[in-house]
Ligand binder design. Structure first.
Ligand code: AMP
Length: 364
């Protein structure tokens, strides 16, 4: 079987690495000459919306998936008219626009921060009254890793926050005073079988994920599973789905979802019985899903902007290095490491050892 992937970045690379042991082959469509997944399959090189390349992808792949949610709707529809595409275009349409996404959460009784649409400075000035301060202004589309976002602490910040968007449609969100950020990752196959991973507890800095730690047995697991189940059913979802949540004194508030494998689930490669990448492939090929139980206590640490010193990292016996074959650039995720331990204390010590190495090269 051949799997087509739109995008050939690190997520596509990790999906392919998980697919070879179960006998799969890969074909990627990506505009970059020098992409992370280049060495792991055939490569159609060109624009994501090039109809000639899309037709080739549809013809040569048994099923098509993607590694990013900003796939244009017409591309997803072009492909789904010709081959199987998972997740379906509806999940993309909802995930691509923060306003649609928030309304969708509300429509299925998943709580969100208070929010209001903003299309002008006057809208922003009006929205701040019911929503209050602090608040975050986010562009509706194309935002990731904290990009296209401004924190508004006082009314003096309004004009600058609006100007920074350069006229893009936006959403104003109340700032959630969270105790911690968590995410739940689940997989659903074509037959409707669903599996859930243990919650990840996520630490961000500057809007970018730094550390994700598996939390098997977390008291909020059942609530998070209920929310993501509802989301998957409403979207008739197939594949791996990630839902990012704020924990506010035991209540969960949805931030956003990603219709794909997710950075907060990279610990599953060494830390779960079956990785999120393998389960994504099993789901879209309608194979039985693998067990998601944690193998041990695990965490993942991102390397941003600079590569780790391999020898220092590999000298930590319980650390596993994942390089993305990507040139270092400011603010760019170029690698991660997972660490695994028997006790929470050992895990914390490993996280701190690896984070020190990550901080040495971090330029973000
Ligand atoms: P996002 O791009 O929406 O995932 O936001 C990136 C990060 O900014 C989140 O992981 C949070 O750390 C922070 N953040 C985003 N929205 C809010 C909010 N409404 N309240 C508090 N923190 C937020």
């Amino acid at each position: 079987m051949k799997v087509g992937i739109l995008g050939a970045g690190q997520l596509a690379r990790m999906i392919a690495l998980a697919g070879y042991p179960i006998g799969l082959e890969f074909i990627f469509l990506d505009p970059s000459e020098d992409s992370c997944a280049n060495r792991l399959g055939e490569h159609l090189h060109g624009a994501y919306n090039d109809p000639r390349l899309l037709a080739q992808l549809a013809e040569r792949a048994d099923v098509v998936t993607y590694e990013f949610e900003n796939v244009p709707a017409e591309v997803a529809e072009f492909l789904s008219a010709r081959t199987q595409v998972h997740p379906a275009p509806k999940a993309l349409a909802v995930a691509q626009d923060r306003l649609i996404e928030k309304a969708f959460f509300r429509s299925i009784d998943i709580p969100t921060a208070p929010y209001a649409p903003v299309n002008s400075l006057a809208d922003l000035e009006a929205a701040i009254i019911p929503i209050g301060l602090p608040a975050i202004l986010k562009s509706c589309t194309m935002g990731y890793d904290g990009k296209g976002q401004s924190l508004i602490r006082s009314t003096d910040d309004l004009a600058a926050a609006w100007d920074a968007l350069a006229g893009a449609p936006a959403v104003l969100e109340g700032f959630v005073p969270f105790n911690r950020e968590v995410s739940i990752i689940a997989a659903r196959n074509v037959s409707g079988e669903v599996v859930f991973y243990p919650l990840s507890e996520n630490v961000h800095r500057g809007g970018i994920l730094r550390v994700a730690t598996s939390r098997e047995g977390d008291p909020l697991q059942a609530k998070a599973e209920a929310y993501i189940s509802r989301l998957m059913e409403a979207l008739e979802y197939v594949g791996v789905l990630a839902l990012e949540l704020f924990d506010v004194d035991g209540d969960l508030i949805a931030n956003e979802f990603a219709p794909r494998v997710h950075n907060s689930g990279h610990w599953t490669t060494e830390g779960a019985e079956t990785s999120q990448f393998e389960n994504h492939l099993r789901a879209i090929l309608n194979l039985p899903l693998g067990a998601t139980s944690a193998v041990n206590k695990t965490a993942m640490i991102n390397f941003i902007g600079g590569l780790p010193k391999d020898e220092a990292l590999l000298a930590i016996p319980n650390a596993h290095l994942h390089l993305y074959d990507k040139a270092p650039r400011k603010g760019r995720k170029v690698a991660h490491a997972t660490v695994r331990a028997n006790t929470s204390a050992e895990l914390e010590a490993l996280i701190s050892q690896v984070s020190t190495l990550a901080d040495q090269v971090d330029d973000s």
